[in-house]
Design a protein around this ligand. Structure first.
Ligand code: FES
Length: 95
């Protein structure tokens, strides 16, 4: 039996493939935000970045809730690879 680069050897099932987000921009979207609840786009297909516009339907993604408790400047992730909720963590430098 030979192994291939496309899956694990010995007949074990492959792990499920994770959907890959679209990358609308490789830098954060910086906005002055009022307090409120916002729905951050995780799929990268929204026309109203960084927020969800419903374009994720059928992609396997869902928007992520972000609570802003006071007026402040927010750096929203636009590469969709952040590990910091909806907020930029610098991941755009390596995706
Ligand atoms: S449009 Fe991207 S998560 Fe809704």
């Amino acid at each position: 039996m030979t192994s291939s680069a496309s899956g694990p050897p010995s007949g074990r099932p492959s792990p499920p493939l994770m959907p890959t987000p679209n990358i609308p921009q490789k830098s954060p979207i910086v906005k002055e935000m009022a307090p409120g609840t916002y729905w951050w786009c995780t799929c990268g297909h929204s026309k109203g970045q960084p927020f969800c516009d419903g374009s994720h339907k059928g992609t396997g993604f869902a928007p992520r809730k972000a609570e802003i408790t006071e007026t402040k400047t927010v750096a929203w992730c636009a590469c969709k690879h952040t590990k910091n909720g909806a907020f930029c963590d610098g991941s755009h430098k390596s995706c």
